[in-house]
Design a protein around this ligand. Structure first.
Ligand SMILES: [Zn+2]
Length: 227
């Protein structure tokens, strides 16, 4: 990292990437919220000083109030359900991590005979669930809420059995997009955005065995390393 030479009374605020700890650069300011991008892993993140309190964060999630019977909501998660059904059978054990107020993926998979446990720090806070291991984990519209993405992905990998797979859905960021006009940043609980290079960095760091990106669906294979 470059060293800084400051004149007297000059203040430079440095912020480190909340994923890889590299020195990040300012990307944009949107009203009072500041966003940074990491030159190493390409992640874009909200200044932690702009995070909502956990009470306000929970209130915001409660506003979502996703209806598991809503056909549009079911269509939205269909790519995850389809990939899980292609790759895993009813003998496999699944986890819906960050299931939220309306765990629609769990509902659709359970209807097909799959066993899926639920976890969410706000709505399904059952720590026992995190003591188990799983063949597949679905994490739908969750990873953009992570305050500590490295810790969370490490935990998700540790919850996977050998041969297991993590299925995430999020909207990816890339340079061709106009960040100021990007709808996805406007949700005040969305604090961390992934570039395809961010996912490559995570794969290397955690040791995921594979990475496949299909639109907003991301599939990561369980690490082959000793956990
Ligand atoms: Zn980084």
């Amino acid at each position: 990292m470059a060293s800084l030479f400051l004149r007297k009374n000059e203040r430079v605020i440095l912020i480190k990437c909340i994923l890889c700890a590299w020195e990040a650069k300012t990307l944009a300011a949107v009203k009072e919220r500041k966003y940074y991008q990491c030159p190493r892993c390409s992640a874009v993140f909200l200044d932690p000083a702009n995070y909502l309190s956990s009470i306000k964060e929970k209130e915001r999630y409660e506003e979502h109030n996703n209806d598991v019977e809503d056909p549009a909501y079911q269509d939205f998660v269909a790519p995850v359900v389809s990939e899980v059904r292609d790759k895993f059978g009813q003998q496999h054990q699944g986890l819906d991590f960050g299931a939220g107020t309306g765990p629609v993926i769990t509902k659709l998979l359970r209807e097909k005979g799959y066993r899926v446990a639920l976890y969410d720090p706000f709505f399904w806070d059952n720590p026992e669930v995190l003591k188990g291991t799983y063949d597949f984990i679905v994490c739908c519209e969750v990873i953009e809420h992570f305050h500590s993405p490295l810790k969370e992905f490490g935990r998700l990998n540790s919850l996977l059995r050998p041969g297991g797979m993590l299925f995430c859905m999020t909207d990816l960021y890339c340079e061709s997009m106009d960040f100021q006009r990007w709808y996805y940043k406007d949700d005040s609980t969305h604090v961390f955005f992934y570039h395809p290079r961010t996912l490559e960095w995570l794969k290397g760091k955690i040791g995921f065995s594979s990475l496949e990106i299909k639109g907003r669906l991301i599939m990561l294979g369980a690490s082959l390393l000793e956990k």
